[in-house]
Design a protein around this ligand. Structure first.
Ligand code: NAP
Ligand code: G4F
Length: 350
């Protein structure tokens, strides 16, 4: 039986990947952080909490990484752990560098020393392209990061290539464009919208506050994207691949589709708030995944409006259940009102 070690198993992709690997017959070890309050709702939501084996790891702590590799004896490592919210990386640039950037090198070094034959997947990102292009992006496009998060991810991406070339590690970068689902974190714009639209449609909220709604993203469906991660590690040679839908839409369009599903006019419920603007934003992402289609045989099935519908239906259903007093694994019921959070990322007044 193959062993997989998945970092960030409590996150969206970690949970879906664990589910995917279990169905493939893997023994799945997942790393989690020992938080004061456990955060396993996604694994419970997917019904796999009892099927995965958990190991406490913090990417700030090399020792915990080496221990996890020794215990799990993995054939494949999927490094999905990161401080993944771009907005927060402006508030905590040093933590971003330490966790999202240097954390990856701790894995590469541990592999080089104690597990050189393990196959390694690194969660790279379209955010690395930055805000410099208005044409679609592929593996050959120039990276020009425009957030602390993207800069940290580009460092990690480069180190993966260096360890692959320099030490012969089987290490791949998956340059994934935005991918969403009903278990996407509430910080991210799609889920923030579907959660709020569900509440508005049930009379539980009056409006949504958003930042730059003209930004364009290439949004896909997360359960399909984790298959591409696995496919990369099944190839004869390690390489880097873009995973995307090759469609791009604004946040405005996402609002339109989401509100349409509940028969409301989105413009009546939106307030633009400076607090949700970033010092620098990425305005345009559209991925060219021709290489992945040809070499991995991967193709996205769920596109923009289908994705919005899946997310919205799920959030409406959850809020209805909650109103009826039902209990189930879920994040939104105790999520703090964002107004309570003072952000440090606003531009300086001059
Ligand atoms: P996510 O839901 O935010 O999950 C991130 C995971 O990282 C969580 O399990 C989190 O643990 C863990 N983590 C954070 N800091 C850590 C630390 N110091 N030590 C150990 N674990 C830590 O993110 P996601 O959407 O699943 O994304 C997975 C990966 O793909 C991330 O690396 C992200 O940057 C990258 N990515 C995502 C997308 C996307 O659109 N989703 C696109 C491209 C790349 P806690 O639960 O304890 O916080
Ligand atoms: O949903 P977002 O926060 O995702 P973003 O910044 O694109 O990052 C996500 O995708 C990356 C891949 O490209 C991943 F690497 C990363 O880990 C993460 O998963 O924001 C999307 C867009 C941005 O332009 C943002 O400025 O939505 C805009 N936006 C407008 N109002 C907002 C809001 N974003 C958030 N989170 N909250 C708002 O109120």
């Amino acid at each position: 039986m193959k062993h997989a070690l998945v970092t960030g198993i409590t996150g969206q992709d970690g949970a879906y990947l664990a589910d995917f690997l279990l169905k493939k017959g893997y023994r799945v070890f997942g790393t989690y952080r020992r938080l004061s309050t456990p955060n396993f709702w996604r694994l419970q939501y997917l019904g796999i909490f009892d099927k995965v084996e958990l190991l406490p790891v913090d990417l700030l702590d090399s020792f915990s990484i080496t221990e996890a590799i020794k215990i799990a004896q993995p054939d494949e490592i999927y490094n999905l752990a990161a401080m993944s919210f771009v907005g927060a990386s402006f508030e905590q640039p040093l933590a971003s560098a330490e966790i999202t950037g240097l954390g990856v090198v701790k894995f590469l070094e541990a592999m080089r020393n104690i597990a050189p034959d393990v196959r390694f997947y690194q969660a790279s990102t379209s955010e690395m392209y930055g805000d410099n292009l208005f044409t679609e992006q592929s593996e050959d496009t120039l990276f020009e990061p425009s957030s602390p998060y993207a800069a940290a991810k580009l460092y990690a991406h480069s180190m993966v290539k260096i360890y692959r070339k320099g030490y012969g590690l089987f290490a791949c970068n998956g340059i994934l464009f935005n991918h969403e689902s009903p278990i996407r974190g509430l910080e991210f714009v799609t889920r923030k919208i579907t959660n709020a639209v569900a509440k508005i449609s049930l009379g539980l909220e009056d409006y949504i506050e958003l930042g730059n709604i003209d930004a364009k993203r290439d949004w896909g469906y997360a359960p399909e994207y984790v298959e591409a991660m696995w496919l990369m590690l099944q190839q004869d040679e390690p390489d880097d691949y873009v995973v995307a839908t090759n469609e791009t839409h604004t946040i405005r369009e996402f609002l339109e589709v989401a509100f349409d599903h509940v028969g409301l006019d989105w413009e009546k419920y939106i307030r633009i708030d400076e607090r949700f603007m970033r010092p620098v934003d990425v305005r345009y992402l559209k991925g060219n995944y021709d290489k992945g289609r040809e070499k991995l045989g991967w193709e996205p099935l769920t596109k923009f409006s289908g994705l919005a519908e899946i997310m919205l239906k799920s959030d409406v259903e959850r809020w209805k259940k909650w109103v009826n007093g039902e209990h189930f694994p879920w994040d939104a019921w105790n999520y703090p009102n964002e107004k309570k959070i003072l952000s440090r990322k606003l531009k300086l007044d001059r």
